[in-house]
Design a protein around this ligand. Sequence first.
Ligand code: TXA
Ligand code: MG
Length: 315
Amino acid sequence: MTDRTTISLAADEDGLGRAADLLRAGGLVAFPTETVYGLGADAANDRAVAAIYAAKGRPSFNPLIVHLAEIEDAQALVTWSDAAEAAARAYWPGPLTLVLPLRPGARVSRLVTAGLDTLAVRVPEAPVARALLRRVGRGVAAPSANRSGRISPTRAAHVAADMTGRLDAVLDGGACRVGLESTILGLSGPPTLLRPGAISREALARTLGAPVARRRDTEAVSAPGQTPSHYAPRARVRINATEWEPGEARLGFGPVDCDLNLSQDEDLTEAAANLFEYLHRLDASGAEVIAVSPVPHLDLGVAINDRLSRAAAER
Ligand code: TXA
Ligand code: MG
């Protein structure tokens, strides 16, 4: 996942068309928004979304924002509300992300939500981003297009310097207007500012005609994907299983006899793409315990083990 040929595309008809084709085919494309450059992938494609985490070298599966061309496209993925309508009408397209309940049956990879039942959606304003999203015609999941632990890119050259060889293309739309990640407004419960950004808490409160809570300090340090209980299957999870006990649901990795195999070929990207889906399936089988083969603790395996140990944590 870190040996791709990265091409640079101009933000003209030809470049936009090629960028859209790459995204539709499951590729990784960095594109400019008004906030920062995003590292985009088809939000419905598990493998493509898993590749985002591999390219960023992200140590855990933080949930991702899905970018859409129109308000209506967002409404198809989440349960809409009056507050969502007010915020979207006031600030979309623009640097605001809304976190709303995931609509049941929405075609979004479980890796995008990191197993949460909420989804972050955003209609960006940058003309290049909108033109690209219209051409793709589906939701594009995108974190900032930087390697984990580095600063967010606001020019194509930043992306190229940090990420060349890790993605398929960089669409060059010049410098980002805002240069700071979007404001995130949580609307799955009482309105809460989850991340400050260009649109202020006060402005949002005026728009909603209701108070917007500050995120508590204790919560601010950890992304929602970081709480131990955040992915909790009904079954108990036993990790690093080298032998199966009778009655266990068996989730394998590599050449082992099991019920479902994260990746027969020991491909960590494939394993990441399968992880949440397979845990859900084995949980639905009714087994008391899901036993999981050891997964190597390197590259994406670190993220996979992070999720697995959370699933296995005492609760
Ligand atoms: O401006 C931006 O938002 C940029 C551009 C590319 O759109 N994207 C961005 O993505 O900053 P990222 O992955 O670096 O940050 C996304 C933030 C994370 O802090 C994540 O925890 C939060 O959004 N987030 C995503 N889904 C969430 C959810 N369902 N509930 C709460 N927070 C969520
Ligand atoms: Mg980021």
